[in-house]
Every structure is written in C-alpha cells, then in structure tokens.
Design a protein around this ligand. Sequence first.
Ligand SMILES: Cc1cc2nc3c(=O)[nH]c(=O)nc-3n(C[C@H](O)[C@H](O)[C@H](O)COP(=O)(O)OP(=O)(O)OC[C@H]3O[C@@H](n4cnc5c(N)ncnc54)[C@H](O)[C@@H]3O)c2cc1C
Length: 313
Amino acid sequence: MHDIAIIGGGPAGLSAALTARARNKDVLIISNPAEENPLAASKLVDNYPGMPGATGLHILTTMHAQAHKAGAKFLQARAISVVPMASGEPAQTSFSITTSSDYVEARSLILACGASSGGKPLPGELEYLGRGVSYCATCDGMLYRSSTVLIAGLSHEAADEADFMAELGATVHYVARAMPPGLDARIHRHTGKILSIKGDALGVTHARIAERPADSPRGPELEKRTSESLRDEPNEVELEVHGVFILRPGIAPTSLLASLATEGGYLKTDAQMHTNVEGVFAAGDCTGRPLQIAKAVGEGQVAVLSAVEYLSA
Ligand SMILES: Cc1cc2nc3c(=O)[nH]c(=O)nc-3n(C[C@H](O)[C@H](O)[C@H](O)COP(=O)(O)OP(=O)(O)OC[C@H]3O[C@@H](n4cnc5c(N)ncnc54)[C@H](O)[C@@H]3O)c2cc1C
C-alpha cells in the first residue's frame, strides 16, 4: 500500500513525486518511458526557467533522475483502471489500480496523465469497451485465446502484447503506422491505422483499417496498384476479429475512473488541485491550459501537498 500513486511520469508527476519524497511519503509513479512522452519530441525548450536550450528529453530524464534519487519508485506500465475502496478503521478510501503489468494499491492518487493520454476514441471504441474492445492484452488476453484479435500498436509494449496473444494461440493482426523490429513472423502486419470498430450483440466482429500500400506491399495486385494512383492514398480493408486491443501510451483519466468531473475536456479541480473524487488530485496538462511545463511542475507540487494534507487528516 503506497501513500501516493501518481499516474503519468511527465513534468507534473515527477514534480509531485519529488515533493512527496521531501515530505517522506512512499510514492509510486506509473508511467511509460520518458522517450514516449510527447515532450520528448521537442528539440528545443527555451521557456522553462533554469534549463535554457534543453531538449524535451533532457528535461524529462533530468527530472526523472532527480525524483529517482530522492527515493520515488517507478512502475513502467499503463494504468488501465482505478477502483476506490473503503478500508481501515475508521474507513478511509484507498485506490486499487490495475496496470498493464501489475496491481497497485495506494491511499491517495494524483492524476498527471497529460493532455493527449487517451487519444481521440475511435468510432465504436467506447461502445464496445469490455465487449470486444480492451486496453490490455495481459489483463484480458485469456478471454481471446485461440480466437482472432487485432492489436493497435501505439505504445512501446504493444509488440510484446502481440507476441503474448500469439503465444496464447490467437491469430493476431497487428496495425501500426510503423512496424517495430522483431515482431513475431506468425503475426499479420498492417502498416496503417484503425478507422473504426463495429460489432454485433456478442461483441466486436469487424474493424476497418486504412493501410498504406506504399509501406506494406502485399502481393502482386497491391504492388501494381501502389505503382499507379494509390501511392499516397489509404487502402481500406475490413478485418473480421473477435477482439480489438487498443494499446495507446496512456488512457484518458475519465476511462480510468468514470466518476471524475470534467470541464471543457479537462479534469475539473479546485485551486488546491482536488478533483471531485475524495483522495484524488490532478495536475498538469490534464487539468487544462496553459499546456506548459512550468504550469505542470507547479500544479504537481500543489497537488501533492494537498494529498499529504489529506493523508494526515
Ligand atoms: C513537441 C512538444 C513541444 C513542447 N514544447 C514546450 C515548450 O517549449 N515549453 C513548454 O513549457 N511546454 C512545451 N510543451 C508542452 C509540455 O510538454 C507539456 O505542457 C508538459 O509535458 C505537461 O506535463 P504533464 O506532466 O502534465 O503531462 P505529460 O508530459 O504529457 O506526461 C504525462 C505522461 O503520462 C503518460 N500517461 C498518460 N496516461 C497514462 C496511463 N494511464 N498510464 C501510464 N502512463 C500514462 C503519458 O503517456 C505521458 O508520458 C511541448 C509539448 C510538445 C508535445
């Protein structure tokens, strides 16, 4: 049981973790690696005080090292769901967090998931969530052993999840904009993206995907079309599958915990970064504009001080 769990290892989460350690709290950050954070793509950040001219990745790895040195714990995984539970005497809420690799428990929770953690849901995604659509092969894979699944490879762990499903005996279609090296030969690769998901009463039966023929010529006919007018146009195909695993780097906070209030698409907080759910705080881009590092770092500190106060109440 951790004192504080933080979902998201960007500037907000890392700042919160550092202050949590200064307050001698046991803190765990659940996140993807720094290289997958959107900021890592930035070649120049010139407006974060104290680090002029740094790359985004340098800022992230420096903050990560500082939090690690202070004693913060890290779990490289995707948080999939959060369940509040009453525990202790007198009863206090704790949080059970399912991740792509482990179950975690904490007495308080800070959401620092960034602004684009969930990505825009695909048409049909939310409708079939839990009925054919899943965000975690490790968690739900056994339900689809020996059947046909489609994996949207949008995160670093997606290729491993595809291998895992193949090991369970599933027929695996893997869709990604670029293919990771070393994906198992038993897996059917599609360079492109999923457009929509549809199904019947029993769950998902079809996923429509746009393939880019120029990237993935498969057979003479496709090669012929590629050399003609289709070079830059997606070639839409429909795959019949039993399950669709959408493996993004993150998951929208409202998918993690449905009772969270939002405003204008962002998590609603007060000035002390309390959300509407007791024991849950939020910081950084997920709470709204300006979407900037300095704001994320400041809110991370306010959120964790509120969490510390909550824990000592
Ligand atoms: C290319 C680029 C350039 C930028 N340049 C600047 C700049 O020059 N100056 C500036 O101030 N700001 C800049 N920004 C904005 C800045 O990156 C953000 O404001 C800042 O990173 C927000 O920090 P955060 O901690 O709130 O969220 P993020 O940095 O987005 O971190 C959240 C992390 O949590 C992960 N996550 C989400 N959900 C889950 C989950 N369920 N489980 C596990 N992990 C999860 C996300 O994938 C992400 O890695 C830039 C952004 C980009 C993309």
